[in-house]
Ligand binder design. Sequence first.
Ligand code: PLP
Length: 386
Amino acid sequence: MIFADGMARLGTESAFTVLARAQALASEGRDIINLGIGQPDFPTPPHIVEAGIKALRDGHHGYTPANGIPALREAVAADLHRRHGVEVNPDNVVVVPGGKPTMFFAVLMFGQAGAEIMYPDPGFPIYESVIRYSGATPVPMALKEVNGFAFDAETVLAQITPRTRLIIINSPANPTGGVTPRAEVDKFVAGLADHPHVAVLSDEIYSRMLYDGREHVSLLQYPSIRDRLIVLDGWSKTYAMTGWRLGYAVWPDAAVGHATRLCINDHSCVNAAAQYAGLAALTGPQDAVADMMAAFDARRRLIVKALNSLPGMRCTDPGGAFYAFPNIEGTGMSAMEAQNRFLDEAGVATIAGTSFGAGGEGFLRFSYANSAENIARAIDRIGAIL
Ligand code: PLP
């Protein structure tokens, strides 16, 4: 067989590799504490599960429109209006199986040899992977610990060239928990006026996961770029629905047809029951989301304090998502060495910062989607090694 060149350029998400290794160790009888994987450790709220089951019982077994059932797209538009105070036409909403398809589709739409696509570093590893796959040149935008891992508008704008086709931004961010403040987003959007050829993909999958009164600034709130803005969001994190595979994006008029054709070519539509479950999530009670966020906040405080008490580690306060991203340079270990030693010797799964780009060297990602008790045990074990 002779594979296409693109396959050699496609990367991966190491969180899945670490998860497999942690599971293998656990099956050998080792007590493994998993602070590696980025998914809520809560079940999907029962009324959402029931809506999915009811949809199956009611006979929703067939294809749906490729862009999603109209009621769901209307509920998404209403939810965006409620949360961000913005008008969104449900015809611009495309429902897809999770958050990832939107980034893949956006990159396929703009990426080709000779094009440049900018992405956060450290950042979600799939951005760089699919940019490389598309043949475009990946241009990393460095996120700095001193800025709390928020992006710096001036630095980002200075990297734009005539070849730039797309800029990917992500706040609250994976793997850092960084939140970009409104003033910085204002500057970024104002600067984009000088670069009308550049599209923006704003990954807002953690838009409801914020702490200490921080606000989520949706790029949808900037009318001047709505005609070239793609906003990615979904159900995976907010409603603990990672395995349902349900997400959406708001596409600009000129791109929504392309996005829908990509859906038709790729997966036809999202499975119908998941869409009805997603509808119940948006239109039903939100108490479960608030409860989950209260638990995450308590764990965040616990883990940040504990990490800062470990020798050689220093952890900035993550403003959103459910990750802590401490600087581990003082331990004398590289990120990969620390990941491997903590898993092999302490039975604690974490992810090396370098899995999120070269800018992640010297950092380790801890997901605090685990119980307070397990977090405390994990820190004790790591402390013993250090
Ligand atoms: N975007 C970011 C920043 C993420 O961290 C993730 C998942 O970890 C996703 C998108 C993908 O979410 P999904 O599981 O819905 O595809």
